[in-house]
Write a protein that binds this ligand. Structure first.
Ligand SMILES: Cc1cc2nc3c(=O)[nH]c(=O)nc-3n(C[C@H](O)[C@H](O)[C@H](O)COP(=O)(O)OP(=O)(O)OC[C@H]3O[C@@H](n4cnc5c(N)ncnc54)[C@H](O)[C@@H]3O)c2cc1C
Length: 408
């Protein structure tokens, strides 16, 4: 559908499901609902597709987590990124399986081994490699401060906007209505359950709402009396062009390096994108500057030079900042909110849910159409865990992960 035709779409007065948020979670869910025969799905997006965290994502695609539930979501999603043509059938996610390395400090070796074993047990292609093996797998990195790492040869990176546009094209083909420049002002309840959504274009009557508004979610939850302790966070990434001494024809692996709270992905044009989980700060997503600041550049250069000594003289080429929502325990909330029947939420992604969004969309669509998610058990992601005094605790958390967020 052309952009002109898209913009001409009128907001309907009723819908079977209204999804708030045109990021990867909202659009993935819309597609999966349409695939399951829900013909009347409307997505409302306050600005343009990808205006939130999705458009700014580092789009690292890997399965390594310090817990099994998120690893399962990532594993199921990896299958979709790999088989995009069959699974989505539109656009391209730009998936590039350059291989992924998870680096931890020596004191976390036992935890890393336990996490890799748990991932192998559910079928993830991963192994523990020694520092010697690591040098062969990624000759560009420093390894003298490491004993082991986790290696996923089939993981890599994607193009977050390409993936989003592909999902949106597929969803539209199946009849989903996507309304951009259409902010939702509030979720309406009636008789203690969801009754509709009011947007800038007027009301939509519906019994089912999926709130996938990323760093803006709490604004629509609070008027319903829902406070999950969410905090919007601003995170920065910086791109460097490799020096002339580095072979531009070979892409390096994707790295998450919790010894320095950082992550690295190769960029087209002999470059590396550096992510700074440990520099993420709370910020109003409407006020948050989309550009990077000088301290972030200095810090990015330092972590890059530490892990890739040959990049010490790399040229800074720009970067950006994006906002995501952090939950109190740093893990997503994916739930049908018990206090508001008809309301599903996916929020508090804590900077790590691009890679899991394809499976999250399937789970939410299964839940809405069949009464429960089948693909992955979402119980650990329940919204009530904070009120119940049972926040998420990882199986084998890394002691040096600190405030890694997007690189956890
Ligand atoms: C710098 C950065 C790097 C990251 N790197 C990675 C990574 O390498 N791997 C990974 O897996 N994850 C990564 N993430 C996290 C990942 O991008 C997010 O978890 C994911 O994009 C969340 O998708 P979403 O659809 O839930 O939210 P978003 O993409 O934020 O989408 C929410 C949408 O809702 C819209 N919206 C908000 N309020 C309203 C309203 N009232 N009405 C209508 N629309 C509304 C917003 O405009 C936005 O488009 C990163 C995030 C950042 C910021």
């Amino acid at each position: 559908m052309s952009e002109r035709a898209v913009m001409a779409v009128q907001q309907p007065k009723t819908a079977e499901v209204v999804i708030i948020g045109g990021g990867i979670v909202g659009i993935s869910t819309a597609l999966q609902l349409a695939k399951r025969g829900v013909r009347d799905v409307v997505v409302v997006e306050r600005r343009q597709l990808g205006a939130g965290a999705t458009g700014k994502s580092g789009a690292l695609i890997r399965c390594h987590y310090a817990n099994v539930p998120e690893a399962r979501l990532a594993h199921e999603s990896l299958r979709i990124f790999r088989a995009w043509g069959d699974e989505v059938g539109a656009g391209s996610p730009g998936f590039d399986p350059v291989g992924f390395l998870r680096l931890v400090a020596p004191r976390d070796e036992a935890r890393l081994r336990a996490n890799v074993a748990a991932q192998q047990a559910i079928g993830i292609e991963t192994s523990v490699v020694t520092a010697d093996e690591l040098r062969a797998i990624e000759p560009l990195i420093r390894t003298d401060d490491l004993t082991v790492a986790a290696f996923e040869p089939g993981s890599g990176v994607a193009d977050p906007n390409g993936a989003l546009y592909g999902l949106a094209e597929a969803a539209r083909k199946l009849g989903v209505t996507i309304l951009t420049d259409t902010p939702a002002a509030r979720i309406v309840t009636g008789g203690d359950r969801v009754a509709g959504v009011v947007t800038s274009a007027g009301p939509i009557s519906t019994g089912t709402v999926v709130l996938a508004a990323g760093a803006w979610s709490d604004r629509l939850l609070r008027p319903l009396g829902l406070d999950f302790g969410l905090v919007p966070v601003r995170s920065q990434v910086v791109i460097f062009r490799w020096p002339a001494t580095v072979d531009p024809s070979r892409k390096h692996r994707v790295l998450v390096d919790s010894t320095r709270g950082s992550w690295f992905r190769p960029e087209d044009g002999a470059g590396t994108l550096v992510g700074l989980g440990s520099a993420a700060r709370p910020a109003d997503p409407d006020e948050a500057d989309e550009t990077i600041d000088a301290p972030a550049i200095t810090r990015a250069r330092a972590v890059l030079a530490h892990r890739f000594p040959g990049f010490a003289a790399a040229t800074m080429r720009g970067g950006w900042a994006g906002a995501y929502m952090r939950s109190p325990d740093g893990h997503p909330i994916i739930d049908q909110v018990p206090a508001v029947p008809g309301l599903w939420v996916m929020t508090g992604d804590s900077g790590t849910s691009f890679k899991t969004a394809p499976a999250i969309g399937i789970c939410l669509a299964e839940w809405i159409t069949e009464g429960a998610p089948e693909l992955v058990d979402l119980t650990p992601f329940r919204s009530t865990r904070f009120l119940d005094g049972q926040p998420w605790v990882d199986d084998n958390p890394y002691t040096d992960a600190g405030d890694l967020s997007a690189s956890r």
